[in-house]
Design a protein around this ligand. Structure first.
Ligand SMILES: [Zn+2]
Length: 464
């Protein structure tokens, strides 16, 4: 690995050595200050696990490839499981656990700023036994596990820089007892069998945020195919479900290509080379937009059309492709996913959008619904109903306010940028594309503690 610090290349800096210092223990997220870490940028995770379902025990190692963004004397990874060993660039490294969520790695030699490095962490533990700040996101029993959660799940199964600001590529191998299946993001690249075990290896071709990485292990029925635009899909349904539920779940997931094609008509090409979905038998209580393979709960209403699919698949653009800058920007994920979920069944045309807007504006007449500032809802209200429903109506109102041309130009420009977006940046882009002052509009829809007045300015009446 190159060890010449970028700052020293070309003699830009003087010969004075940079004193290595510890990487910060967070990335400055206002809601979750311990999430993510400073001083480095991860390029890839290579995860190799054994999942002993009967014992609820996970063991293995993760290889983290990263680049130092400063001269590092030590750095943190986010991880809750007991660690057995750590090495940096092939040399054994010291480590400490300053609290239940952080792993501090102290390399034998400091890392030069700009240098690429590789960390190998080995561990063994029972994820269900670990809690952090009241979070206990691990879901599993002796027959099935599914690692899915938001904003936190990664730390319960692999060491990472756990924040949407640091996307990376993933290679995930899960070894399960022979006869069981392990499903993760991206593409299945191999299944290797020994007398007692099968190792399922999945690769995500595009980078993703750590919370969007997932795996499920247990007994699953798999189906695969290609969408009309050539995207490969893999669907998986738990065999712990009754035969009737399993059939309904498979039929539900088979709508995925159709929903993707529907979204592509307005949002442009689906952003990844792999797709699909998974239905777990576990009572998760929520669905999640795991990148390329959303997970749906056992109790989902599979007969209710594709609204839930449209929500999770719209997240592949809003949330997965374009990640939030900070968790406070959650409206950019849930408002837009909810908007497309709400339109499924009616249609993507302006008349359907306006009808949905009118219905929602009338329906949500309780003052309590309008109290939450959805541009900064706070960590405890991050997934509260208004973030979704007020959030969806805000998108519909923006569409009526801007008109078809500017609205879709805005969304496609936003998506093409592929950055880590903030609500403030979205507001600025909307104003710049429309050439209009939208401060009053966004205050009314995102921040004011009352229902927006019925006006042209608020997008509740057609433009005059
Ligand atoms: Zn969502």
């Amino acid at each position: 690995m190159a060890t010449v610090g970028a700052l020293l290349v070309g003699g830009v800096a003087s010969a004075q050595p940079v004193t290595p210092s510890p990487g910060s223990t967070g990335l400055g997220d206002t809601y979750f200050p311990g999430d993510g870490n400073g001083g480095y940028d991860v390029s890839s995770y290579r995860i190799a696990h054994t999942m002993r379902l009967a014992k609820g025990e996970l063991s293995g190692r993760t290889v983290v490839r990263a680049r130092a963004t400063q001269a590092l004397s030590r750095f943190n990874l986010d991880f809750v499981l007991p660690v057995r060993s750590v090495s940096v660039n092939g040399t054994k490294a010291r480590f400490t656990r300053p609290n239940r969520h952080e792993l501090t790695v102290i390399p034998r030699t400091a890392l030069a700023g700009g240098s690429a490095f590789q960390v190998v962490v080995r561990y063994r533990g029972k994820p269900a036994k670990h809690a952090w700040r009241g979070e206990r996101p691990w879901l599993g029993d002796e027959r099935e596990v599914v690692a899915m959660g938001e904003p936190q799940i990664a730390a319960w199964w692999f060491p990472s820089n756990d924040h949407p600001q640091d996307k990376a590529r993933f290679d995930i191998s899960i070894r399960v007892p022979r006869g069981k299946q392990a499903i993760a993001n991206g593409r299945l690249v191999s299944t290797k069998r020994t007398a007692h075990w099968t190792t399922w290896r999945w690769q995500a071709k595009e980078e993703m945020a750590p919370y969007l990485a997932f795996f499920a292990a247990g007994d699953f029925a798999l189906e695969r195919g290609r969408t009309s635009s050539g995207v490969r899909w893999v669907n998986a349904v738990s065999e712990q479900l009754s035969p009737a539920r399993r059939r309904a779940a498979l039929a539900f997931l088979r709508k995925t290509p159709k929903v993707i094609a529907w979204l592509e008509r307005r949002l442009g090409p689906y952003p990844f080379v792999d797709a699909g979905g998974l239905v777990t038998a576990l009572d998760t209580g929520f669905a999640l937009e795991n990148q390329t393979r959303p997970t749906y709960p056992a109790l989902a209403d599979f007969s209710a059309g594709g609204g839930l699919l449209a929500h999770e698949l719209a997240h592949q653009w809003f949330g997965d492709l374009v990640a939030v800058r900070q968790w406070r920007d959650i409206w950019l994920n849930e408002g837009f996913a909810s908007y497309f979920g709400d339109l499924w069944g009616d249609g993507l045309d302006l008349a359907s959008s306006n009808a949905m807007l009118e219905r929602g504006w009338r329906w949500w007449d309780a003052a309590s619904f309008w109290h939450l500032d959805i541009s900064d809802p706070g960590p405890r209200m991050l997934f509260d109903t208004p973030v979704y429903q007020r959030g969806s109506l805000a998108v519909a109102a923006l569409r009526q306010r801007l008109g078809e041309q500017d609205f879709w130009l805005l969304l496609r420009t936003w998506l093409a940028d592929r950055s880590h977006g903030s609500v403030a940046e979205f507001e600025t882009l909307a104003a710049s594309i429309s050439g209009e002052d939208l401060d009053g509009f966004f205050d009314a829809w995102l921040r004011a503690d009352r229902r927006p007045a019925r006006s042209v300015e608020n997008g509740l009446l057609p433009p005059t």
